[in-house]
Design a binder for this molecule. Structure first.
Ligand code: DGL
Length: 269
């Protein structure tokens, strides 16, 4: 199975695009719902929680794990890849969602100015700024943290006046900092659910960039380039779900993310 990890429900927005692009593969999704959100937690805590989840996905037989969470990708991926895998799991791989997005983002802007909306944890790590600079050194990247957006989504408040207020406030703050921005990346798994409000607040010439399809296309490409990994993945077209909260809690929350009647297995770390 391909392991897909997120702090909670947000990774379901990435999982959906992965399932679409790779329908023949099996997926095992793990949401650390009992300890989400990660966005405002310390580096050390995000690393510890993420590593525990990755170990669990490995234990259950995933040779490849995708961190479908920007905060975990920003805070934990590099250390897991450099310090844990070579010593403990030399034949397993963990991929994040920041680099694949950074590789593509420059293609969305004509002015050479892009905005990045993300959690406070992702913004303070500066991972997007650093990664984008490798691929598009001329691109001006302005980040903006939106701490209210994840709670709005998780509380089913996407289509309310409250959501409209906070989205407008954050969009205005970003564009005030750099009025030349013509592409905005939603660098948090929850934010696509606020698409309607974000589009309404953004001027019409500004493009909205979603990560899910970029990550899915890059995963297809990765498997083509790594046949030794591809042959190890099971192909039955099924998806199973794990949660660190209760199965009932997961089912209810997954519904908000457009997934109906999900039965998850509850686990404790
Ligand atoms: N999944 C997280 C991300 O993409 C958002 C939720 C959280 O803060 O845990 O950054």
């Amino acid at each position: 199975m391909i392991g897909v990890f997120d702090s909670g429900f947000g990774g379901l927005t990435i999982l959906r695009d992965l399932q679409k692009a790779l329908p023949q593969y099996d997926f095992l999704y793990l949401g650390d719902n009992a300890r989400a959100p990660y966005g405002s937690r310390s580096f050390e805590t995000i690393y510890r929680y993420t590593l525990e989840s990755v170990r669990e996905l490995f234990r259950r037989g995933c040779p490849l794990v995708i961190l479908a969470c920007n905060t975990a990708s920003a805070r934990a991926l590099r250390s897991i890849q450099q310090q844990v895998l070579p010593v403990e799991f030399p034949d397993r791989r963990v991929l994040g969602i920041i680099r694949p997005t950074a590789e593509e983002i420059g293609g969305f802007s004509k002015t050479g100015h892009v905005g990045v909306f993300a959690t406070a944890g992702t913004v303070s790590s500066r991972s997007y700024v650093i990664e984008i600079e490798h691929f598009f050194p001329q691109l001006k990247v302005t980040q903006h943290a939106c701490p209210m957006w994840v709670p709005l989504v998780e509380n089913g408040e996407c289509d309310t006046e409250g959501a409209q207020f906070f989205v407008k406030k954050d969009v205005e703050a970003l564009l005030k900092e750099d009025p030349e921005i013509d592409a905005v990346l939603l660098a948090c798994t929850h934010y696509p659910l606020l698409e309607r409000q974000i589009r309404a607040a953004l001027p019409s010439h500004v493009r909205l960039v979603f990560q899910g399809d970029i990550v899915a296309a890059k995963t297809v490409d990765y498997l083509k380039r790594h046949p030794e990994m591809e042959v190890r993945l099971s192909k039955g077209g099924k998806t199973e779900f794990l949660t660190s909260d209760t199965a009932k809690f997961f089912k209810k929350g997954a519904f908000l993310f457009g997934m109906q009647d999900i039965s998850a297995e509850s686990l404790t770390f």
